[in-house]
Design a protein around this ligand. Sequence first.
Ligand code: 0X9
Ligand code: CA
Ligand code: CA
Ligand code: CA
Ligand code: ZN
Length: 309
Amino acid sequence: SFPPEDSGYHTYREMVSEVDKAATDHTDVVARSSAGTSAEGRDIPAVKISDNAAKDETEPEVLFTCNQHAREHLTAEMCLHVVQRFTDDYGSDPTVTDMVDNREIWVVPMANPDGIVHDVATGQYRGWRRNRGQQPTDLNRNWGHQWGCCDGSSGDPTSPTYRGSAPFSAPETSAIRDFTNSRVIDGAQQITAHIDFHTFSELVLWPYGYTTSDSAPGMTRQEYERFARVGKEMAATNGYTPQQSSDLYVTDGSVNDWMWAEHDVLSFTFEMYPGSGGIQGFYPPDEVIERETARNDAAVDILLREAGA
Ligand code: 0X9
Ligand code: CA
Ligand code: CA
Ligand code: CA
Ligand code: ZN
């Protein structure tokens, strides 16, 4: 588990307890489900928050995913913060109440359970990024749009950015793909907006990642401008730097490219606190959790609003 001084972070088991507790404490607005199973057989919990949560209604759906990269533990706290805020503040905070009543909010707090468990198993951080399959794979290089196209991932199984043997070869990415595909109802994708949380560098990033071009197949100039407009609006609330993801560096097989190209989901990456650092940047003390998760409240609200536009 986490070193004692960082006990404020949730282990995998504690995360499971937390989402189960949210579901039992708020039966009206929380439905607990699963996005699938990891390579080592762990459940990948998903939480749905909405009024009449047990019922599929026609409200725009929004997805938040966290912790594709194992060592980025602050991101699971971000997803759990979203769960807590949209349940505990329901009925008292007007924005929260409005969003819970008029959206269906899906949260996947730990996309990479095995990697997370591995990273903290000895009580000393391992700096682990990938999943724990036979050939450990960078989940954020394993998505199927332009997979491996553009030198934005590695074909070397020992590399931290190994893309896997084929698109969706990792059970964790194929699980979240299947979950996303399952939200197509009567031919229409219900999920309209998405944030995938990472650490670190304090950035708001939008697709495409595989090319430095703004417009590309499946991304018109106008669509790009919408990404940039919403991205800049969100960044103005949390002080992050907004940019196209490939302006940072080119990545192929990332989740945002697939979400947009395959499903027209307005899909962003947030790189959370800190703004810079070395390997220690992945391990901020638990004392910053509350501040650095609440920092994104206004940006999350903007995305939820935009999901209905
Ligand atoms: O490289 C990544 O997957 C992300 N950065 S991290 O340090 N958390 O590993 C950035 C992904 C941004 N998306 C694209 N560049 N497409
Ligand atoms: Ca501490
Ligand atoms: Ca509802
Ligand atoms: Ca629905
Ligand atoms: Zn990451």
